[in-house]
Design a protein around this ligand. Structure first.
Ligand code: GDP
Ligand code: GDP
Length: 436
């Protein structure tokens, strides 16, 4: 299913990151009262009433003169309009309408994308009265919220979520496996794509991605059909390095949404960075299949155990979920690229694997006999049986007497037993515990 992306824009200190953190229920961003604190742009996945969407906080202002602000807001709005399906434009009720709010309004009026004006810091009734001046900005959708207390944020999110198509209603356009090539700038995505294009002449067609700037290419190689989704086209978007990186992350998230499996490219010389890990964990959260390709392997001085040691170290960084194929490739020398594709197709198959209830319960019973669920508050926990749910991401329901008391460590144990018994390599898995 294609993803839905919402961007938050607004001048510094209106409360964007407070709102963002509330939605993501994580406390990572720097929140500071000093206007113009430099902080990172952020992205994440938000859930609202069963609807999932990507959330971008375009933050990133730096202190400076007014004309610096002007360029910054242009940049911010451009990112939002390029990348998002809908925009939340945030203003601050405490300060009233400012010149920067008006500049942003001018930029946002030109878009056909839905814009939700959110007047933040409406913590009490007096503020609500003062905030009515914002109607003057002329937006159709206006919401009065307090990111601090959460008041009004539900209505805003309801309105945003109403734009997101139901997962069930989303029609599956094609059953051909979709593979996204993702990774940071300069890891070798274009080189890999060119190598694959050069390798084979049986390309069926180029089809437009569901969103701009992801290119879908339909392949038919050795009787295997697949669609490659590539995000290589972003370089021309921007000349500024810091922007390039942010664009590449947003684009990777979008390619991910459209894919069944992601080939995450790493640079062998640089190893895995925090940014790579962020992208990896987003793919896991989204339930996408994953294959790691360590590219530029030709540049590495190799001894007997170099690949083995490299893989071991990577797996430690990827934990807890590290049951993924890792291949050492070179786009330049065209080594093991087809193995990469084959691994990705195998992961797609693993992700679709359905286990019969009897096979599943055989494994479950053995697992329980080998290691019983730990007793909680004197109560023995008994897991009666399990069944696989009909979902795109392998999901299993375990029926037991006290579902809330099953420890995470025991859940991990069961997942590992399932992985040992059946081939789920490269695909995240979900385990649910229900009352029986
Ligand atoms: P950003 O620069 O737009 O991301 O703004 P921040 O999220 O960093 O918030 C700026 C300041 O406004 C911080 O001191 C927040 O605690 C404060 N703030 C954010 N939301 C609210 C709110 O709803 N009410 C009040 N009173 N303060 C808020
Ligand atoms: P992208 O930004 O991810 O699309 O990366 P590019 O494909 O443009 O590659 C960035 C740079 O890395 C270019 O100079 C490539 O020639 C180089 N490169 C890509 N793959 C390899 C490889 O396997 N080995 C070596 N030595 N260089 C590579």
């Amino acid at each position: 299913m294609a993803g839905f992306t919402v961007a938050i824009v607004g001048r510094p200190n209106v409360g964007k990151s407070t709102f963002f953190n509330r939605l993501l229920q994580q406390r990572k961003a720097i929140v500071d009262d000093v206007s113009g604190v430099t902080r990172d742009r952020q992205y994440g996945i938000a859930d609202w009433n069963g609807k999932t969407f990507n959330l971008i906080d375009t933050g990133g202002f730096v202190a400076g003169s007014d004309d610096v602000f002007e360029t910054e807001i242009r940049k911010q709005v451009k990112i939002a309009l390029d990348e998002a399906n809908a925009v939340i434009f945030m203003c601050d009720a405490a300060s009233g309408i400012t010149d920067l709010d008006e500049s942003m309004t001018d930029l946002l009026r030109r878009t056909t994308k839905p814009v939700f004006l959110a007047i933040n810091k409406v913590d009490n009734h007096e503020r609500l009265l003062e905030a009515s001046e914002f109607y003057a900005l002329g937006f159709e959708h206006i919401f009065f919220i307090s990111s601090m207390t959460g008041s009004g944020t539900g209505e805003l999110l309801d309105a945003v979520a109403a734009l997101i198509p139901d997962e069930q209603a989303a029609v599956e356009e094609s059953t051909i496996p979709k593979i996204a090539i993702i990774g940071q700038p300069n890891v070798g995505k274009s080189s890999m794509l060119n190598a694959l294009l050069g390798e084979e002449r049986t390309i069926v067609s180029d089809i437009a991605g569901t969103t701009r700037d992801t290119i879908h290419t339909h392949y038919n190689l050795f009787n295997k059909e697949f669609i490659l989704i590539d995000t290589a086209g972003i370089r021309r978007k921007t000349k500024v390095n810091e922007d390039l990186e942010f664009y590449s992350v947003i684009r990777a998230i979008r390619a991910m949404d459209e894919a069944d499996v992601c080939m995450l490219l790493l640079d062998a010389e640089k190893g895995i960075s925090q940014q790579d890990l962020n992208i990896y964990s987003l793919a896991v959260k989204k339930g996408k299949g994953i294959v790691l390709l360590v590219n530029k392997w030709d540049l590495i001085q190799k001894e007997t155990n170099t690949a083995r040691d490299y893989e071991k170290e990577l797996k430690q960084r990827l934990a807890p979920f590290n049951d993924v194929p890792i291949l050492f490739v070179s786009a330049k020398e065209k080594t093991r690229l087809m193995q990469g594709i084959e691994a990705a197709l195998q992961v797609v198959e693993n992700r679709q694997r359905k286990i019969s209830t009897s096979d599943l319960n055989e494994v479950l019973q053995k697992a329980i006999q080998a290691y019983h669920p730990p007793v909680v508050r004197g109560m023995p926990i008994s897991i009666k049986y399990a069944t696989q749910l009909p979902t795109p991401v392998p999901s299993f329901a375990f029926f037991c007497n006290h579902p809330d008391d099953v420890k995470q460590s025991y859940k991990n144990y069961l997942e590992n037993q399932l992985r040992a018994a059946f081939n789920f390599k490269g695909t995240p898995m979900r385990l649910f515990f229900r009352k029986k």
